[in-house]
Design a protein around this ligand. Structure first.
Ligand SMILES: [Zn+2]
Length: 385
């Protein structure tokens, strides 16, 4: 059994795109007095995603293809959407939300509301506390069960509001009242747009010539809740799809470790390093290999003498001079290429292990998402550290 946690670098890619746009804007205004932008004759092709999002799809596909190469994979189960909007698009049966037992519809709605209200109480912005599904117009006053009448509220707010109308409850906070009502009216599609990346991923997985089953995140949450499991990436992955709780489906085995795969990139194509105004500051050599090594290689170094005498393992950043910079878990220093031995070629990813939470740490079925973190791997090489 293997668990892989893939860490994306979308934020870094986004930063790079923003920087590039700024340089180009400066160059345009420096060389042109004014010219109206030409008409938009370069429409984006179908299925276009922003580079930072494209990277998520591509790096996930890369890991999937590798797994398929090394293991006899015959089925893929993937959490396609955070919530299944079809399951609560119509009228929700009366009493479905009031019942104390959890249902799948309730899980889907909850997942949707968590996205819509950004996981915080609509009335006081509290986060990290148990949140209840709250009827804005109370049921006792003819309020409906539709999602356009539902918010998430913390227990104190929920109790304080009681059956009062929202206009009365928020009478002294007109700004918040306006905000909550505006957010309530936002259409479903708008919030569902965040599912676009996963839809594209599923589309590409389906090109892989094997059955792909797509599920909603609400169903994952429902499975996890029904089994009384804490939240972790691994448990979410194992709880994806159909589980037959009544017949006793359960998670019996968990890997002890997570393989953390952090996307590091393969260096820049640009051969000049600009300063913050976009002017060239450094000229980089054309070749990426120096004295047999390239940046990102995992090496073992034996330093014969000096402050750093001894054996080290780490990733290197190469220099044309042959004095490569090595980054180990605890230190960073320069070492001659003569004292290095290659352990692994850079492939755009850094690898490390993190401990997985154990199933014995399971807690009772708490419906308000208490999060147990999977632990932060200290041994992942970070090129920016
Ligand atoms: Zn509150």
């Amino acid at each position: 059994m293997i668990t892989i946690e893939l860490r994306h670098r979308g934020q870094k890619i986004h930063g790079g795109m923003v920087r590039r746009a700024a340089y180009r804007r400066r160059r345009r205004s420096a060389n042109l007095r004014y010219r109206a932008p030409r008409h938009d004759n370069r429409p984006r092709p179908d299925g276009w995603l922003p580079p930072s999002v494209r990277h998520r799809v591509d790096s996930t596909m890369s890991v999937v293809m590798r797994l398929c190469r090394y293991a006899p994979v015959c089925e893929i189960h993937v959490e396609q959407v955070a919530f299944d909007t079809a399951s609560f698009a119509g009228a929700i049966p009366s009493g479905a939300l009031e019942s104390t037992t959890s249902t799948r519809t309730k899980s889907e709605i909850r997942e949707f509301l968590l996205a819509k209200w950004k996981g915080s109480c609509a009335y006081c912005d509290a986060t990290g506390v148990p949140l209840d599904i709250e009827h804005v117009r109370p049921r006792s006053r003819g309020g409906s069960n539709r999602v356009s009448n539902l918010v998430l509220a913390c227990v104190p707010c929920n109790q304080a509001k009681g059956t009062a109308p929202i206009e009365e409850f928020l009478a002294d906070q007109p700004a918040r009242l306006e905000r909550v009502i505006a957010q309530l009216r936002r259409p479903l599609q708008d919030v569902a747009a965040m599912n676009a990346t996963r839809l594209q991923l599923v589309r590409e997985l389906e090109g892989q010539d094997m059955p792909v089953h797509a599920w909603s995140g609400g169903r994952t949450r429902w499975n996890r809740f029904a089994l009384g499991l804490p939240k972790s990436h691994t448990i979410d992955a194992l709880a994806t799809g159909v589980m037959d709780h009544e017949r006793g489906d359960a998670l019996v085995r968990m890997p002890a470790q997570i393989l953390v795969v952090a996307s590091t990139g393969r260096g820049s194509y640009a051969r000049t390093t600009p300063d913050r105004f976009g002017f060239p500051r450094l000229q980089r050599p054309r070749g990426k290999v120096h004295h047999g090594y390239s940046t990102g290689d995992l090496v073992a170094a034996v330093v014969p003498q000096g402050k750093w005498a001894g054996g080290w393992v780490g990733r290197i950043a190469v220099r044309a001079s042959g004095q490569h910079r090595i980054t180990t878990l605890t230190s960073r220093f320069d070492v001659s290429h003569r004292n290095l031995r290659l352990l692994q070629r850079a492939d755009g990813y850094a690898y490390g292990f993190a401990a997985e939470i154990r199933l014995s740490e399971r807690q009772g079925p708490a419906y308000s998402g208490h999060t147990l973190k999977g632990g932060d791997p200290g041994n992942v090489w970070n090129p920016d550290a």
